[in-house]
Design a protein around this ligand. Structure first.
Ligand SMILES: Cc1cc2nc3c(=O)[nH]c(=O)nc-3n(C[C@H](O)[C@H](O)[C@H](O)COP(=O)(O)OP(=O)(O)OC[C@H]3O[C@@H](n4cnc5c(N)ncnc54)[C@H](O)[C@@H]3O)c2cc1C
Length: 388
């Protein structure tokens, strides 16, 4: 029986992750944040405990669990004050390989990923000149004999420096030669270790939070044709397939953030005495926290619903998008209410509120911006005309 069907197992999973996270307290994340360091020890521990192999089927050495369990793990990391951005992509990127990879590819990579000998943490979609309009991407993979030759540039490719493999989306047929603009894109598994000395350059981008994100340049990088995932030209379909998992898992992280903020804010509001009484006695402090709490709990139900549909192989596009929208809004609302509750101390690094505030703000923009989710709901759920 999966943890999704059994609340006790779900609780056990949560407690086990919380226990693991206790070894990585606020000071660990704060120190890394100050120097934009990668949480190598945390990722190693998570991998050794088998959590990075949550979605890998048992036959390939993984835990064979679903998105519900993966969401529980990521939520708990965030609720404990950590940041799963260092490694979450391995969970949602894996799905593309699982669903569309050949048996040979699965046998070659999945057991090594499950053992922690390989990392598949980089996902190469975004480009500097095309933004959210993914089908306009310029990176091109030209087939020559047994190889693809990749030329182009990606931006915001997180963890590229800390991953062995990258799932790359590139054009394989020029956009002028396809019927639909979403045709002619393909997914390639790029071995970054090989490519680094053969035309691939990775440049870190320093951002407002610690996220190990980079620019990646492909200057005629050879990728063996056997690393093509699924059929050539069908990459956009595979990409969409994986996006629901990504939205659900990021939403779960936002729920974890929201819970972390509210727990800290309530604790502080009870302890901080101003005008002779705890600030939490004032409705001006209570109401924003109570409202944020209600929104986190409501968003959490949508995350659970989306994950359950995903695991039951049911269509879940609307629910996954709504989960991401509601959870990102709720965590951001909680972040704001918490910063306000802490007053001046909220801005001091040692309380971690400003760090988490910066971290959770990202999810209004990435991996998909709030506007694009609203456009999706308007068009695909409400049947309104496409706006772009
Ligand atoms: C820290 C970080 C890590 C990331 N990691 C990765 C990664 O690992 N791999 C990867 O491929 N990408 C990654 N991304 C990229 C991320 O997915 C994009 O930033 C995001 O999808 C938004 O695209 P953009 O930045 O190009 O914004 P743009 O598309 O330029 O949009 C800018 C603004 O305009 C709005 N907008 C655009 N079009 C419309 C419209 N039609 N209607 C209404 N509003 C619109 C958007 O909502 C947004 O607010 C990351 C980004 C960041 C910041």
């Amino acid at each position: 029986m999966s943890a999704a069907e059994n609340p006790d197992l779900q609780q056990e999973l949560k407690s086990a992750v919380a226990e693991l996270c206790r070894a990585f307290p606020d000071s660990y994340w704060r120190e890394l944040d100050s120097r934009r360091g990668y949480p190598e020890a945390f990722v190693q521990t998570l991998t050794k405990a088998g959590y990075m192999a949550t979605l890998i089927p048992e036959e390939y050495g993984g835990a064979g669990m679903g998105i519900t369990e993966a969401a529980t793990i990521l939520e708990e990391i965030h609720r404990s004050g950590g940041n799963a951005a260092a490694c979450h992509a391995q969970m949602y990127v894996m799905g593309t390989l699982l669903r569309h990879g050949s048996e040979n590819q699965k046998k070659k990579y999945l057991p090594a990923l499950a053992r922690g000998e390989l990392r598949l943490q980089a996902f190469g979609v975004s480009e500097p000149t095309t933004g959210s309009d993914t089908t306009q991407m310029k990176t091109f993979a030209r087939r020559t004999g047994n190889n693809y030759i990749v030329k182009g540039q990606k931006i915001w490719i997180s963890r590229a420096e800390h991953s062995d493999l990258m799932l790359l989306v590139a054009r394989t047929t020029p956009i002028e030669q396809v019927k639909k603009r979403s045709d002619g894109l393909s997914v390639l598994l790029v071995d970054l270790r090989d490519a680094k000395n053969r035309g691939l350059t990775i440049r870190p981008i320093r951002t407002m939070m610690n996220h190990a994100t980079t620019e990646v340049f492909f200057d005629d990088v050879e990728v063996p044709a056997e690393n093509l995932i699924g059929e050539e030209g069908q990459g956009f379909r595979y990409l969409l397939d994986g996006l629901n998992a990504e939205r659900i898992l990021i939403a779960a992280e936002c729920i974890g953030d929201g819970r972390w903020f509210l727990e800290r804010a309530c604790r502080y509001a009870k302890e901080r005495v101003v005008f002779g009484r705890p600030i939490g006695q004032n409705q001006g402090i209570q109401f924003p926290l109570a409202r944020a709490y209600a929104n986190v709990e409501a968003a959490s139900l949508m995350v659970e619903k989306a994950a359950a549909l995903f695991d039951a192989h049911q269509p879940c596009g609307p629910q996954a998008n709504m989960a991401k929208l509601l959870a990102a809004d709720a965590s951001w609302e909680s972040a704001n209410a918490t910063l306000q509750t802490y007053g001046g101390f909220g801005f001091a690094e040692e309380y971690d509120v400003e760090r988490k505030f910066r971290e959770t703000r990202l999810y209004q923009v990435a991996p998909v911006s709030t506007n694009l989710i609203l456009s999706y709901i308007a068009e695909h759920v409400l049947g309104l005309p496409r706006s772009y």
